[in-house]
Write a protein that binds this ligand. Structure first.
Ligand code: NAG
Ligand code: NAG
Ligand code: NAG
Ligand code: NAG
Ligand code: NAG
Length: 497
């Protein structure tokens, strides 16, 4: 009834409130690649994903083993895709038939693109030692993200990270780029759904959400465009805002894991065919391949490791970010009933330890943690991990660093780190984001190390068939905050306990 007042005050409000999303500047050439991301796609293949500010009818990548002789070309099967509310288009090309463990140079076809390089994945069963990093709960830096004092000289040379922006974790990953071969990131990227924490964004949430995603994946490109960057979902991928029970207000394109699905759905693998001499292992691996649902759940192999990425958000009983779930995020399901659980069982049962002695499962929400544990996750997954003798569980969600002794059903394995039957668990959720770090509360049984003060990530070193080392690295200094060593005899080829 009283519509006159707003009309009168509207020009004044417009002058006072400068509401604007912080989008990056558009390139002159809209086909310029941004947000590059590599993934281990198969035993001899790598996927390359990137975004452009225009639709591409055809996207191609030139590559070769010398930077000045990119003598191979691979083009996409389909055209680029987008979704409502996005300014960008996703493009994906798969590079096949790569020789393992070799440096390849690549250039995405565009007039203004540059040559980058990557190490092709090691063959399953290759016994060369290697390291990978677990980076979880990593947000955008700059106006809409986390900022922290940092040593500007520690920013990197790959390609360039704006020194005015102090992203300590990305800076450290860049600085140490020759020390690890890939990254796993099980959930919580960018924190676009926290757009409302920045006052500028308050009247333009739809654009702010997209601007944060664009900025974050551009910031990550110096790492993800050089190292395979393996993703699975967290609660922050679900919808436009985390405030429970408001997801119904999210615009089209900002619900139900839409960006995550578009960005990584075509780049993550399903699972690898088994190279075991055991026929039933091959059959189980094929079943797992049918049941995999990338980027939500899938597996891959790399040298001595079999790595499974699981979805702790949807697709199991009482899944927290599922429809009717406790987080109120109303996502999924992304498979048929039990598909994820059936995948996990078939996939783990197929692992031949003579080929890949180390089995690692990574997901977002932990059930062993100082802080809120995910009860339904434990109910759904813990027994399966124990039964098939998983060596290490990697989780995040709680914004700090934690290491647990091998533990099953709340009881620490009496063997400790010397050939336990139970999986060892870590929480590596301190990569840094707008929500900040969380101090470590009451310490549960089995918690061997914890740190809630430093931005950090974990490095997993696969030393040989029997020895693994885990380090928590402080992002600002590179200092090792904690170091542990796990011995496993891996005496049985197929573990079922
Ligand atoms: C090409 O890249 C350079 C460096 O990033 C940039 O300054 C220039 O505007 C780009 N040209 C076009 C046509 O986009
Ligand atoms: C794969 O690479 C090998 C060695 O470079 C080559 O001989 C073979 O023809 C390639 N196969 C395909 C399908 O490209
Ligand atoms: C980066 O750090 C410097 C000094 O350490 C500070 O002056 C600057 O404001 C920081 N930048 C951001 C974006 O936080
Ligand atoms: C073959 O693999 C199956 C399932 O993975 C396992 O149960 C069985 O013991 C294996 N057979 C041999 C001879 O290792
Ligand atoms: C989310 O997306 C999946 C896959 O497209 C679909 O099956 C499911 O019904 C969607 N969930 C909601 C709540 O829209």
């Amino acid at each position: 009834m009283k519509f006159l007042t707003p009309f009168k005050t509207a020009p004044l409000m417009a002058a006072v409130i400068i509401a604007k999303a912080h989008y990056p500047a558009l390139p002159t050439d809209l086909t310029t690649p941004f947000q590059q991301r590599l993934a281990i796609y198969g035993p001899n293949s790598v996927s390359i994903g990137w975004n452009t500010y225009t639709h591409l009818d055809e996207s191609c990548v030139r590559f070769g083993t010398s930077s000045d002789n990119l003598d191979h070309v691979s083009c996409a099967v389909g055209e680029s895709t987008t979704y409502p509310s996005s300014r960008t288009y996703e493009n994906v090309v798969i590079l096949k038939n790569l020789t393992a463990g070799v440096t390849y140079y690549y250039k995405i076809d565009s007039t203004n693109s540059t040559v980058d390089h990557f190490l092709s994945p090691r063959t399953p069963g290759d016994k060369t030692p290697f390291s990978f990093n677990a980076v979880i709960d990593l947000g955008v830096y700059g106006e809409d993200g986390f900022t922290i004092k940092g040593d500007k000289t520690k920013k990197d040379t790959i390609p360039t990270i704006n020194p005015a922006l102090n992203h300590t974790t990305i800076g450290r990953l860049a600085n140490t780029v020759d020390d690890y071969e890939f990254i796993i990131h099980p959930g919580d990227f960018a924190y676009a759904d926290d757009w409302f924490l920045s006052l500028d964004n308050i009247f333009d949430g739809e654009n702010a959400y997209q601007a944060i995603l664009e900025n974050f994946y551009t910031q990550l490109a110096p790492i993800a465009g050089r190292k395979p960057y393996m993703a699975s979902p967290g609660n922050h991928e679900a919808a436009c805002q985390e405030i429970p029970h408001t997801t119904g207000l999210c615009p089209d394109g900002q619900k139900n894991f839409t960006d995550f699905m578009h960005r990584f759905g075509q780049t993550m693998p399903t699972s690898f065919p088994s190279v075991s001499t055991n026929n039933s292992a091959k059959i189980l691996a094929n079943q797992a391949r049918q049941l995999a649902q990338p980027p939500f759940w899938y597996s891959f192999e790399y040298g001595m490791a079999h790595v499974v990425m699981i979805n702790t958000e949807t697709d199991f009983d009482a899944a927290p970010s599922g429809q009717g779930g406790s987080a109120g995020l109303d996502g999924g399901p992304f498979g048929t009933q039990n598909q994820q659980i059936d995948f996990l069982k078939a996939d783990l049962a197929s692992v031949d330890r003579a080929v890949t002695p180390w089995v690692i499962v990574a997901g977002h929400r932990p059930w062993y943690t100082a802080g809120t544990a995910c009860g339904p996750c434990q109910e759904a997954f813990e027994d399966i991990l124990y039964t098939y003798g998983v060596d290490l569980g990697v989780f995040g969600h709680v914004h700090n660093s934690q290491r647990f002794l091998p533990v099953y059903d709340g009881t620490v394995d009496p063997a400790g780190l010397q050939d336990p039957k139970a999986p060892m668990y870590i929480v590596a959720g301190a990569a840094g984001n707008i929500e900040g770090l969380v101090s470590v509360g009451t310490k549960p049984e089995g918690l061997a190390f914890s740190n809630g003060d430093d931005y950090a990530y974990a490095t997993v070193k696969i030393v040989d068939e029997n020895n693994m080392e885990i380090e928590f690295v402080q992002s600002t200094t590179g200092e090792i905050l904690d170091k542990s060593a796990l011995f496993k005899s891996h005496a049985e080829r197929f573990i079922r306990q």
